[in-house]
Design a protein around this ligand. Structure first.
Ligand code: ADP
Ligand code: MG
Length: 494
């Protein structure tokens, strides 16, 4: 294939639009595999989790793991799907060394979930619903390694039979950004539901992208290519953008797009043909004879619905409409469920929603990033943050002292009383107006030229004076009062 992409004018590219549909595989965080009692966790020594069912030995029989069905229904409910109370497994037949049975057990005609949607939000754009075609359960294959030995390919069957949910979107995505937003929303939802850790690098979340282009305004979709195994959101975007140019270029030079399966090389950023249409496999799907159709009761599904956590989409709505937060802050707060839960605990005792958000997005989130810990591991009670917020609000401690001095001590000794920390560090504001006047006098006389600048209209120099005041007072002044007095002092010097 010609890997050199010719320069195309914006004008040419602008005539076309992308059409993308994603097939996402989420590996479930269940204890055991989908059809056997083998452990399903990642990272064991090769070929340790291999009872006869995983090895596909003749005469073995699969037995469905209820936990997998629970995960599928939860994800289906969270994404507004119709749950098929009767659904069925099928065999997808193909030969490969990492598939000892010679077929994969999946769901073809009657999947467990159908016709849902996921909402995505792009900066400065209206939210958009991406329709789901289906979510179905299936087993993973083993893993082939072709680069571990000079002469042989090695096979690890630990992964054979690990449960997957495949989430198939309709071709509703129209740009690399939309595709990325959709994939990250899927990742956020599976994490919220605790069904999958969402780790793309380790392969617990994998993405195949079906990509086509068409002239803007065209009624029909173009012919698509499927790019396999994209292992990061960034690589998904790169592959989509590469394919856009490649396909437009082919069409512009009068050629046609073949419905091929492609590979994406992350090192070069280029796609190449893995399988052509002529090599397309016929999987000869048929109903799995060793498993009866699955019958779910509506009561059980209703129970699961009650147990669902409040999802990011709903939390963002509430934070923006009821609490008055910006869309941006709300989305930062809801990225991680435990962080969002912490925020909600905090605002149950502090009614300053905006300050609470700033504390969680700012100092708390930085600490999480630096330490790599979960919020529960920090051990900081939400009530302690609420107390700090109150001290600042009442003008008893200034904000920079709170973030730079109280918070680090609290982090080191999470059980400590906030008042006690403030007292020990001597942070309570006890400066009276006489002291404050003296500090202001000192600061103003230090920078006479800045006083002139201020009175010529350069209001920005206030920051310099405030900084000086904080320094000379040791941070023990109330910024609001100080600001007021400082301004009147400066104006009196006009
Ligand atoms: P198949 O049965 O061949 O796998 P599906 O109809 O199940 O095909 O579609 C697989 C994926 O391809 C879905 O995510 C769907 O949204 C997407 N898709 C289908 N047609 C197109 C197209 N023309 N352009 C981009 N994506 C498409
Ligand atoms: Mg399909």
């Amino acid at each position: 294939m010609d890997t050199e992409q010719k320069v195309m004018t914006e004008e040419v590219l602008n005539k076309y639009e992308l059409v993308i549909g994603l097939e996402i595989h989420a590996q479930l965080a269940t204890k055991t595999k989908i059809f056997s009692s083998d452990p399903a966790f990642f990272g064991a020594e090769p070929n340790k989790h291999t009872t006869p069912v995983s090895l596909g030995l003749p005469g073995t029989l699969p037995k469905i793991n209820e936990e997998v069905v629970t995960c599928a229904v939860k994800l289906g409910l969270a994404t507004h799907c119709k749950i098929n109370l009767v659904n069925r497994f099928d065999r997808k037949n193909y030969f490969y060394a990492d598939l000892p049975k010679g077929y994969q057990i999946t769901q073809d005609e009657l999947p467990i979930c159908q016709k849902g949607f996921i909402v995505i939000n792009l900066k400065d754009k209206e939210e958009k619903k991406i329709r789901l075609n289906r979510i179905h359960m299936e087993e993973d294959a083993g893993k082939s390694m072709h680069d571990k030995d000079d002469r042989y390919s090695l096979i690890d069957l630990n992964r054979a039979g690990v449960p997957l949910l495949e989430i198939v979107s309709e071709p509703d995505l129209r740009s690399a950004e939309e595709a990325a937003a959709y994939l990250s929303e899927v990742r956020r939802i599976v994490r919220y539901l605790d069904v999958c850790d969402g780790n793309m690098e380790e392969g617990s979340l994998r993405c195949d992208a079906n990509i086509s282009v068409r002239l803007k305004g065209a009624a029909e979709y173009g012919c698509r290519c499927e790019v396999k195994n994209l292992n990061s959101i960034r690589n998904l975007q790169r592959a989509v953008n590469y394919e856009f140019r490649r396909q437009v270029q082919l069409i512009e030079s009068g050629e046609r797009i073949d419905q091929n399966t492609l590979n994406f090389d992350a090192a070069t950023g280029v796609t190449s043909v893995l399988r052509s249409k002529e090599m397309a496999l016929d999987y000869r799907y048929f109903p799995e004879p060793d498993l009866p159709p699955l019958h779910l009761s509506q009561d059980w599904v209703d129970e699961l619905r009650k147990e669902l956590p409040v999802l990011p989409e709903q939390r963002i709505k509430r934070y923006t409409s009821e609490l008055g937060l910006s869309e941006y802050d709300a989305s930062l707060l809801t990225n991680d469920r435990s962080v969002a839960d912490f925020y909600e605990e905090l605002i149950s005792v502090s009614s300053n929603y905006k300050s609470a958000a700033n504390w969680v997005i700012g100092p708390v989130q930085s600490l999480l990033n630096e330490s790599g810990k979960e919020i529960s591991e920090l051990g900081i009670p939400a009530s302690a943050i609420a107390e700090i917020i109150q001290l600042v609000e009442e003008g008893k401690v200034n904000n920079s002292a709170a973030t730079q001095q109280i918070f680090p001590v609290l982090t080191a000794s999470p059980g400590k009383q906030v008042n006690e920390i403030a007292r020990e560090l001597n942070l309570f504001i006890d400066t009276n107006e006489d002291d404050l006047d003296a500090f202001i006098e000192q600061a103003v006389s230090k920078y006479p030229d800045k006083v002139v600048e201020y009175n010529k209209g350069k209001k920005g120099v206030l920051g310099l004076f405030m900084g000086e005041l904080m320094k000379v007072s040791g941070g023990k002044i109330d910024p609001k009062t100080a600001n007021k007095l400082l301004i009147s002092k400066l104006e009196s010097l006009k």
